[in-house]
Design a protein around this ligand. Structure first.
Ligand SMILES: *[C@@H]1O[C@H](CO)[C@@H](O)[C@H](O)[C@H]1NC(C)=O
Ligand SMILES: *[C@@H]1O[C@H](CO)[C@@H](O)[C@H](O)[C@H]1NC(C)=O
Length: 305
């Protein structure tokens, strides 16, 4: 018994010795060049997990991309399945991969909390990850970007609407307009079939008001937006493309029915690129389903990286 107690104590102290440098490293100096969880990023009112990728060769005053996963996804899955970490290695920016706290790992894009600036929802937790990263790595606050796929694309629109002062640009891969998934009962992480089926349609002016109401009183600059959607999307029906275009066109004062320019078969065969103005580009993939494949190099150009 005594021997066993001693052995356990010895093992415990051995574990402590072995564990402490790892713990210290995690607390003080997150290891660069690998995906890493950050647990101490500040207020996290909706329990979103934060993962970060800091490339080994980090730029001075690096840019930040927030890359938001799809339902059933994880930070690790989006790290593996999207091109942003590889691009970070080339260009020296930081990637934040938030991870949904809910079963099924969709994002809360339905509650009043998440649809409000500093409203204690998922959007608030993710904005706090950005503030932490700017401070910790001396990142450039004018070069913070957001992108995501599906539920992550919905969150991209929500972050652009709730934190227009944080994000310089957003790229939406197969989402719905900000506020389209709103729950009439206030449900957190609710599914909204009306919106998903493409039946939530309103005017550009009304969609824009929905955005402005997420941060009342804000009258500063807003992020440039690029919207991808596929015509054959059966998860978030195709009308969500035009509704999202209407939303941001309304915000920026563009005519959603009359782009400045339209290029067929751009950026690839079957896609049409419509430019509404400096702040809004739509890219519609004919016959493309859910979700549109990520175009990493094009994303870098849109973000100016
Ligand atoms: C939102 O929260 C941030 C961080 O706490 C703070 O700096 C900012 O002033 C808040 N926004 C408003 C409008 O109060
Ligand atoms: C679904 O969203 C629409 C707006 O897109 C809203 O009018 C409707 O109330 C929502 N449905 C439910 C059941 O919450």
């Amino acid at each position: 018994m005594k021997l066993l107690t001693g052995l356990v104590a010895a093992l415990a102290s051995f574990t402590a010795i072995v564990a402490s440098p790892v713990e210290n490293e995690r607390m003080v100096e997150p290891r660069q060049g690998r995906l890493q969880q950050v647990t101490n990023f500040g207020a996290n009112p909706s329990n979103v997990k934060m993962f970060i990728y800091v490339p080994t060769r980090l730029a001075a005053n690096p840019a930040i991309i927030v890359a938001v996963h799809y339902c059933t996804g994880t930070a690790q899955a989006y790290f593996n399945g999207s091109p942003y970490a590889r691009l970070a290695d080339q260009k020296g920016f930081i990637v934040i991969y938030p991870e949904s706290p809910y079963g099924g790992t969709c994002w809360d894009v339905s509650s009043r909390q998440t649809l409000t600036h500093n409203g204690t929802g998922n959007s608030n937790s993710i904005a706090n990850m950005v503030y932490y990263t700017i401070g910790r790595y001396n990142a450039d606050p004018t070069k913070v970007f957001v992108t995501g796929t599906s539920s992550g694309a919905m969150m991209t629109n929500v972050l652009a609407a709730t934190y227009p002062d944080v994000f310089a640009a957003g790229i939406v891969y197969s989402g719905v307009p900000a506020g389209c998934f709103v729950s009439s009962s206030g449900a957190v992480n609710g599914w909204n079939s009306t919106c998903a089926n493409g039946q939530s349609r309103t005017t550009a002016g009304h969609w824009a008001q929905i955005v402005r109401d997420m941060y009342p009183g804000y009258d500063g600059p807003r992020p440039r937006m690029q919207i991808y959607h596929g015509s054959a999307d059966t998860t978030l029906a195709a009308p969500n493309y035009q509704e999202t275009i209407k939303q941001w066109a309304g915000v920026f004062g563009y005519n959603p029915d009359s782009p400045e320019s339209t290029q067929q078969n751009t950026p690839q065969n079957g896609y049409t690129t419509s430019t509404y103005g400096d702040h809004l580009v739509g890219i519609y993939g004919q016959g493309v389903g859910h979700s549109v494949p990520i175009r990493g190099d094009d994303d870098m150009r849109f973000f100016g990286l």
